[in-house]
Design a protein around this ligand. Structure first.
Ligand code: IDP
Length: 143
């Protein structure tokens, strides 16, 4: 399996709970390397644009409102099979259905405030990384 990059957001609920470090530790312990990271407070326009594919869904307004309710930490994770590995570490979208030991099972309670986002494919990852980071902000970890 080739080395991949994926995009991850630690959402406002997890930032407010002060578990940014614990979540990043899970990525690192699983072998994913952080190759870019920053804290941002999303505007409505940025959050709405990021979740544009959900714009017709009934939960869209609440999703944008939640994602702009406080700062998030966005990062690019690199490693073998990074897209699927990150999704596995995150757990199911609904924390109530997330497997024990996953980030959402341990740090989230509800589907609308579910601690983390992770790209669902390599194509989404490339689009999402470019949405938040300039190429010059990505630091290859070759050592
Ligand atoms: P994912 O984050 O696991 O990839 P998506 O289906 O892409 O899940 O949905 C994006 C985000 O929209 C979810 O993480 C969640 O915050 C929110 N969301 C998805 N489905 C619902 C729902 O049925 N009610 C409320 N919020 C939802």
């Amino acid at each position: 399996m080739a080395v991949q990059r994926t995009f991850s957001i630690i959402k406002p609920d997890a930032v407010a709970k002060n578990v940014v470090g614990e979540i990043l530790t899970r990525f690192e312990k699983a072998g994913l390397k952080v190759v870019a990271s920053k804290m941002v407070h999303l505007s409505e326009k940025t959050a709405g644009g990021f979740y544009a594919e959900h714009s017709e869904r009934p939960f869209f307004k609440d999703l944008v409102s939640f994602m702009t309710s406080g700062p998030v930490v966005v990062q690019v994770l690199e490693g073998e099979n990074a897209v699927a590995l990150n999704r596995e570490l995150m757990g199911a979208t609904n924390p109530k259905e997330a497997a024990a030991g996953t980030i959402r099972a341990d740090f989230a309670q509800t589907i609308d405030e579910n601690a983390v986002h992770g790209s669902d494919s390599e194509t989404s990852a490339a689009r999402e990384i470019a949405y938040f980071f300039a190429e010059s902000e990505l630091c290859p970890r070759t050592r």
